[in-house]
Design a protein around this ligand. Structure first.
Ligand SMILES: [Cu+2]
Length: 298
């Protein structure tokens, strides 16, 4: 099994840190070794055919061709192995991922919202209820448009760029986007799904190792796509509680989340070019906004 895992390492797969990830790695390993065997087999067959049917050995073409049934048997074996991979491994794993969601009580619930070019995480707070969101209320200090009059939104946590979750507890994510199609991808957790405006896409995983992992956008979503990164921190239960407490305290003192760092070359924060502002929005929400120079002086 360990020698099999080498091919994933060779292909640049980061180490797995989620419960279901080992099954995905197993399918990847199997499929890659199978493809490697096919490549070697068909290449050898190609070279054999070049030599065996060379013009010097057969000056006159034989229109009957090969009469042995070996190629039929070989092709049937390949189809059989592929069918076993698909029906025996891939479909059951997929069914498990989409049908066997953990229940809300045992899981951590997070709304993840993509926008050019960052990820915002929305957690329901101690009451377990997400506050209502209204696109008309979206401002720079309220990036998700949480309704201030909704009592269930009072204790909600909105975090830009860095999500903390406890280890060994399922995390259910509901994914959406504010502008274009993004892709929420945590390679170490072996999960990825498109974030589509107007849709709420559920996904889940169970982290099994504490640590800090990279969240990336897996869809080319604009000029600053390369900078659309976030962080997932898997904490011990005590560290997670400390983080929740710290965020709750910060939410009470901060009126606005930290300004988003725009990647070089990106237009200033404001309405995405080509988008229609919500009814009642100020004509120029961000007059005279400039890209502030980064600390390195670029
Ligand atoms: Cu993106």
């Amino acid at each position: 099994m360990n020698s099999l895992a080498l091919i994933n390492e060779f292909l640049g797969q980061p180490p797995n840190a989620s419960e279901h990830g080992y099954q995905i790695d197993h399918i990847l390993e199997f499929a890659h070794w199978f493809m490697a065997a096919l490549f070697v087999g068909w290449s050898a067959f190609f070279i054999f055919v070049l030599i065996r049917f060379h013009k010097s050995r057969h000056p006159k073409a034989d229109h009957y061709g090969v009469r042995s049934g070996i190629s039929t048997h070989l092709e049937f074996s390949c189809v059989l192995i592929e069918a076993v991979l698909l029906i025996g491994f891939a479909i059951p794993l997929w069914a498990k991922r989409v049908n066997e969601f953990p229940t809300g009580q045992e899981a951590v619930l997070v709304h993840v919202v993509g926008q050019q070019f960052n990820w915002t995480f929305h957690m329901p707070g101690p009451d377990g209820q997400f506050g209502k969101r209204n696109i008309d209320l979206v401002t720079n200090s309220n990036p998700l448009g949480i309704d201030p009059n909704d009592p269930s939104g009072k204790d909600d946590l909105v975090v830009l760029g860095e999500l903390h979750v406890p280890v060994n507890k399922p995390v259910i994510i509901e994914l959406s986007s504010k502008d274009v199609i993004h892709n929420f991808d945590i390679p170490h957790m072996r999960i990825a799904a498109d974030a589509i405006p107007g849709s709420l896409i559920p996904m889940w995983f169970k982290p099994i190792k504490t640590g800090t992992y990279e969240v990336v956008c897996g869809q080319l979503c604009g000029l600053g796509h390369y900078g659309m990164k976030g962080t997932l921190v898997v904490d011990s239960p005590a560290d997670y509680q400390a983080w929740l407490k710290e965020r709750a305290e910060l939410a009470g003192t901060q009126s606005a989340p930290p300004a988003t760092q725009r990647p070089p070359g990106e237009p200033p924060v404001g309405p995405t070019p080509g988008t229609v502002p919500p009814p009642g929005a100020p004509k120029n929400a961000n007059p005279g906004a400039k890209i502030s120079p980064s600390p390195s002086g670029q």
